[in-house]
Design a protein around this ligand. Structure first.
Ligand code: PMP
Length: 365
């Protein structure tokens, strides 16, 4: 079978070497005679797996010792509710930045629990850019500031980390990093809490990662369901209930793979190269392809693009599939195409895609 390249936005492509290790270890993990799926989450073997996964993640992101790593479930969607329940009290104001689809869903959920103030919105530019931070209208007393560092559908990525301090107060900075975590180094110490669904740059769906500063634990509202209280999971070291064991195992292998690549600084260089190649192909197509996002805010992970005539979309997708280029259809809410080029997408995949795009434009132009 000739190689295929999978541009899915998530669940997304995993490193091939990781999948091969999973295959090799599937029925007998390290001579235990058991598959990881069959192991007690409190047994010696799984304890080693989860401890190594956390240690490797800490190494990759250089996570300070006053931050806890939680391996959770429920996707980023659960975080949308957990944040206001744990980090604000009834009647508090919470600040949100609206940069598109996932910001809006986080905002809608937070409104059930707190007074949401929109500190900035990209709506006026149809979410093709991020408003300059100098113009943000932040609340004087927000319990936290929330933003989404990479809008997976719109393809808009923050080129900066917002200030946490405001008006002389240290306001916890909360970030939905679902679709660009581990794609570049990031200074964790600037954040109160970072969360991410695993199914893009971490591992299989079903696992959600939370990195939280210790002083933010233990303040959940009294009515918070036990499972939605961060401190319950922190106290139990992610084993309050049965965690997604297989997902944690695969994520651990992905972390080891990233360390073997040279860590996040090395991975970032490849991601810059891949994104540059793809945007170059779009911009050099004389309007055959267009990307709606303004240049400084173009995502390195999710590249949305339109064909000049949407009547060609089906032919593009059909020919791409025949060429081994899979899952390029844009999100149903925006149409067009989207190529997600997460860490596990090799440079070669983007090279094959851009050659295909040039040839398609030549024959259909
Ligand atoms: N936030 C972002 C940035 C996402 O890309 C997604 C999923 N595509 C979500 C939140 C929701 O994640 P989940 O489906 O895991 O709840």
């Amino acid at each position: 079978m000739s190689p295929v390249f999978n541009f899915s936005a998530g669940p997304a492509v995993l490193p091939r070497d990781v999948l091969l290790t999973v295959q090799e270890e599937l029925v007998d993990w390290h001579g235990s005679g058991m598959c990881v799926m069959e192991m007690s989450h409190r047994g010696r073997e799984f304890t080693q797996i989860i401890h190594e996964a956390e240690a490797d993640l800490r190494k990759l992101l250089n996570i300070p010792s006053n931050y806890r790593v939680l391996f959770m479930q429920g996707g980023a969607h659960f975080q949308f509710s957990m944040l206001p329940l744990n980090l604000s009290r009834e009647g508090d104001t919470v600040d949100y930045v609206n940069t598109g689809h996932w910001s809006k869903i986080a905002i809608k959920e937070a409104r059930r629990f707190a007074n949401v103030h929109i500190a900035a919105s990209g709506e006026d530019s149809h979410f093709s850019s991020i408003p300059a931070e100098a113009g943000w209208q932040r609340s004087a007393n927000a319990a936290y500031l929330h933003y989404c560092s990479n809008e997976t559908i719109g393809g808009v990525e923050f080129p900066f980390i917002p200030q946490s301090a405001f008006g002389g107060n240290e306001v916890p900075l909360i970030c939905d990093m679902s679709s660009n975590i581990l794609s570049r180094p990031v200074d964790v110490s600037k954040f109160g809490l970072i969360y991410a669904g695993a199914q893009k740059n971490i591992g299989p769906s079903g696992l959600t990662l939370v990195i939280v500063r210790e002083d933010l634990l233990g303040h959940a509202r009294p009515s918070t369901p036990t499972m939605l209280d961060y401190s319950v999971h922190a106290d139990a070291e992610s084993l309050y209930n049965t965690p997604p064991t297989f997902g944690i195992y695969v994520a651990g292998l992905v972390f080891k793979w990233l360390l073997e690549q040279g860590g996040l600084a090395a991975v970032e260089q490849i991601n810059i190269e891949k994104a540059a190649l793809l945007y170059e192909a779009i911009d050099a197509s004389n309007g055959f392809y267009t990307c709606p996002v303004e240049k400084p805010f173009r995502s390195r992970m999710n590249v949305p693009f339109m064909l000049h005539d949407d009547a060609l979309d089906d032919a593009f997708l059909g020919d791409a599939k025949a060429a081994g280029l899979l899952q390029l259809k844009g999100h149903r809410s925006v149409g067009g195409m989207r190529a997600s080029i997460y860490n596990a997408m090799p440079l070669e995949g983007v090279q094959v895609l851009t050659s295909f795009m040039r040839e398609f434009a030549r024959t259909h132009g």
